[in-house]
Design a protein around this ligand. Structure first.
Ligand SMILES: [Zn+2]
Length: 255
């Protein structure tokens, strides 16, 4: 942005040089520039960017947590399956033990077969319980990871709340300043020449909000072009509140 009066209205000295009609327009331009800068300060406040980054970090964080929770869920299902299998082997072993020691089975061949089955069931149960232990350890590891991730999330949330509070405070200050400037502008507009104000308004967007330039030694300080002696002479003869524009760039000229 090319601001001739960055962040401040023109000084009294500057204003004294202008006719009253242009003085008023310069005052309005100064207020408008200050208002524009406040809006930029609001839009470009660094806390906004930080909030965006933290929001993205939280979303990414939650995605990783969801993946890990899904993994834990699968492991817990695996654990349940192994536990169920152990329970069914135990039931079968109780059944075999009942037959072995119940006294109904007496044939040695049948007893041997039952002993083999009991041994192989115990063997299988031990293997499954070992697997179960591995799965259980993995679930514990994952729970540790999830606890760390929960801490990390709390930290991100804390930072987000901090940035939000910072932004809210800044915006409240900006709003107060804006309200004051806008009230000042309302007062400044009243005595302004309607014709000059209309021209000023229509030129604002074209000149980045600073459509009023000064004529300094016959040179427009907006476009820095030396105006012809004829044009300068003609301008000098015009009324104090006449709409005078630079013939080169079209800015309103303060003579
Ligand atoms: Zn010019």
């Amino acid at each position: 942005m090319v601001a001739r009066y960055p962040g401040r209205p023109p000084t009294e000295d500057e204003n004294r040089l202008a006719s009253q009609a242009y003085e008023q327009i310069l005052r309005i331009q100064g207020l408008d520039v200050a208002i524009m800068q406040l809006r930029h300060r609001s839009d470009g406040h660094p806390a906004r960017a930080r909030l965006g980054e933290l929001g993205a970090a939280l979303a990414e964080h939650d995605e990783s947590v969801a993946v890990i929770e899904q993994r834990r869920h699968e492991l817990q299902r695996e654990q349940k399956r192994l536990d169920d299998e152990v329970a069914s082997i135990e039931a079968r072993r109780r059944d075999v033990d009942g037959k072995l020691y119940g006294g109904q089975v007496t044939a040695s061949k049948e007893l041997l077969a039952l002993q083999d089955e009991a041994a192989s069931l115990l063997d299988r149960q031990t293997r499954i319980e070992d697997d179960d232990l591995v799965v259980m350890e993995r679930v514990e590891e994952i729970e540790g990871e999830l606890a760390d991730l929960a801490d990390r999330r709390a930290e991100l949330e804390r930072q987000r709340a901090e940035s939000q509070a910072e932004l809210d405070t800044a915006l409240a200050e900006i709003r107060t300043e804006l309200e004051a400037l806008e009230a000042e502008r309302t007062v400044a507009v009243e005595p302004a020449s309607a014709e000059l104000l209309e021209r000023y308004e229509s030129l604002r967007s074209q000149f980045d909000g600073v459509p009023v330039a000064r004529l300094v030694n016959g040179r427009c300080d907006g476009c820095h072009i030396q105006l012809s002696a004829v044009a300068v002479d003609r301008m000098a003869k015009m009324a104090d509140d006449a709409v005078v524009t630079c013939e080169e760039c079209g800015r309103l000229l303060v003579r």
